[in-house]
Design a protein around this ligand. Structure first.
Ligand code: BGC
Length: 454
């Protein structure tokens, strides 16, 4: 790779020292999050989820599930069939942009409307249906079915929801319509859904991770280490799933020594400034934008598209004025492209920036930029996962993962494993498994646990 570009991208390459340092700071933050006396100063809130039982595989029953928190909103009907088996029917609904930032009541009315349509379509309008709500935002839980939103993330910003119980808001929206007999029996985070759905198939699963629009993880912790948890929840069960909300890591400056000017710029333009800094370096909502910002700089320094001649100003303008034009899915497409033609990369460059017939060299440069940004993201995710695995007493730990970045990026899994090899304690064994529909199957499993607990 040419020297100029290599120099430019150096800021994204984490040295072994930096990896170790981020790892130590992350572990400290989780420890602070779990302790009652230090939780308020911690970025990673380590919310107890009140899910204390992992699935046995024998769960049975029909459950509705809702999944809100990624790019799409989904309604699902999950039939748990015992023998580790489940079937899922689902329908995707759009969440119009204005609803993402409009009054919260309107968002919940929209959700209830989609729910009613779904139930009607499946001829279940008169049946009683228990529902598990996968609501993938940071929430303080008081039990399995109460979850108070602490802050919106991922571009959502509906007024009137922060500080409120989202289970109650959904319940009220369903009641306002009055055309379905649905009871919200459990609220969960998508990471919890991921962990539960993987544990349903593999009993060694102890960690659930999402690297999608947002980024977060949960894990199974011993109740004695969860100082935040009231004594009544420590009597019967000895474990609990803790939702780390690691996306917020870095808000006290712990990542400043590795953050770049591009990370600052992404943060400056976001609707949740100074928040979710780890998430802004690792998740699908932001990685594409990081690539665009680097491209702007590379073009300014004449480190890419050198052959563009007098059209450089035009390309620079396109790149500068079209925020979010370069999406994270393009990173996955470019890194999946095949040598030597790199035809897909050339097509993307043409389609997005109007640059026809980009040279092989330029295609390779863009690929290199993508690689630096995605491998840094994977390294950071691996640091977090390793920190959690090293807290768990079991010798073997399986990690369930989902999310568009992990799922569609050709090398994310390899990048993660490489860093984990260096950080996971040598007496431990780990494996990673892709989750099959955590938000659906996982929600039904938590709803099944909730019904049992009741
Ligand atoms: C949210 C988490 C969620 C993650 C992945 C983050 O923005 O705060 O609750 O698990 O995105 O969807």
């Amino acid at each position: 790779m040419d020297v100029e570009l290599r120099e430019l991208m150096q800021a994204f390459v984490l040295s072994d020292y930096q990896v170790q340092e981020v790892y130590s700071r992350f572990c400290l933050e989780i420890a602070k999050g779990l302790r009652r006396s230090t939780n308020s100063q911690s970025n990673t809130k380590c919310f107890p989820t009140y899910v204390q039982e992992l699935p046995t595989g024998d769960e049975m029953g029909k459950y509705l599930a809702l999944d809100l928190g990624g790019t799409n909103f989904r309604v699902l009907l999950v039939s748990l069939k015992g023998h580790h088996d489940a079937t899922v029917e689902s329908q995707i609904y759009a969440v119009p942009k204005d609803l993402m930032i409009g009054p919260g009541v309107e968002l919940f009315d929209h959700i209830a409307e989609c729910l009613a349509k779904f139930v009607h379509k499946h001829n279940m309008s008169s049946a009683y249906l228990p529902l598990g709500f996968t609501f993938s935002f940071p929430c303080v839980q008081a039990g399995l079915k109460e979850a108070m939103l602490t802050r919106w993330t991922k571009g959502f910003g509906c007024p009137g929801v922060e500080g409120e119980d989202v289970g109650r808001m959904l319940h009220e929206a369903i009641r306002r319509r009055g055309d379905a007999d649905i009871a919200v029996v459990a609220l969960l985070n998508d990471t919890t859904g991921t962990l539960m759905s993987c544990a349903h198939r593999n009993p060694e699963c102890r960690v659930g991770v999402i690297v999608g629009t947002g980024c977060n993880a949960c894990y199974v912790e011993h109740v004695d280490n969860v100082d935040l948890l009231d004594a009544q929840f420590k009597r019967k069960e000895k474990q609990i799933i803790v939702n780390c909300e690691w996306g917020a890591f870095g808000e006290s400056g712990q990542l400043d020594f590795v953050r770049t000017e591009y990370d600052n710029e992404v943060d400056r333009k976001s609707i949740n400034r100074a928040q979710q800094l780890f998430e802004k370096m690792t998740s699908g909502m932001y990685l594409g934008e990081l690539v665009r910002l680097v491209l702007v700089r590379a073009l300014e320094r004449n480190a890419i598209f050198k052959g563009a001649g007098n059209r450089r100003a035009e390309y620079a303008a396109i790149l500068q004025h079209n925020i979010d034009i370069f999406e994270t899915k393009h990173i996955s497409e470019i890194e999946s492209d095949t040598f030597p033609e790199l035809a897909n990369t050339r097509r993307i460059i043409n389609q997005l920036f109007g640059i026809e017939k980009a040279s092989v060299e330029d295609c390779q440069k863009l690929r290199y930029i993508c690689e630096c940004i995605s491998s840094r993201a994977a390294t950071l995710v691996a640091i977090g996962i390793s920190g959690l695995i090293n807290r768990i007493a079991d010798r073997k730990v399986v990690v369930g993962i989902d999310g568009s970045v992990y799922r569609y990026h050709p090398k994310f899994d390899t990048y993660i494993r490489n860093t984990m090899q260096k950080l996971v304690k040598s007496d431990k064994e780990f494996d990673i498994m892709l989750s099959e529909d955590g938000s659906g199957r996982g929600a039904a499993l938590v709803a099944a646990v909730a019904s049992k607990t009741k």
